[in-house]
Design a protein around this ligand. Structure first.
Ligand code: 5GP
Ligand code: ZN
Length: 114
């Protein structure tokens, strides 16, 4: 996807503070953090949203969660806790149309989600 900012970051063609990457996923700091820890965990394959996840993508999806868990440990928030969020589609205010999971922590988060 030529015009996709997260594809560009995954390809090393746009800058980001990369926290982790392997063949399937890349994680980097959110450019506009909403908490002391705010990382984005992104599949390298372009999937626009949760709606585009197919049966073949189950390994990638589990990789997102395992990467979040790994990062939480590395960033020192495993015990204090954290929130994993995926916004999918307009009502969820998804702004970047490339599937991504937010990892938020480092302070007590608001109890309400919606
Ligand atoms: P969404 O609302 O789509 O779930 O979240 C998109 C997130 O991506 C936002 O938190 C926003 O700050 C972040 N973001 C948007 N563009 C960039 C970028 O170019 N670099 C980085 N690191 N984060 C971005
Ligand atoms: Zn993309």
């Amino acid at each position: 996807m030529e015009d996709c900012i997260f594809c560009k970051i995954a390809a090393g063609q746009a800058p980001a503070e990369v926290l982790y990457q392997d063949d399937d996923v890349i994680a980097f700091a959110d450019i506009s953090p909403m908490a002391p820890v705010h990382a984005l965990i992104v599949p390298k394959k372009h999937l626009a949203s949760v709606e585009e996840i197919g049966a073949d993508d189950s390994e990638v999806v589990s990789c997102l969660i395992m990467t979040a868990k790994r990062l939480a440990r590395e960033l020192g928030i495993s015990n204090s806790g954290y929130r994993l969020v995926i916004n999918s589609g307009p009502d969820a205010t998804q702004a970047v149309p490339h599937l991504h999971m937010h990892l938020l922590g480092g302070r007590p988060l608001e109890p309400k989600l919606g």
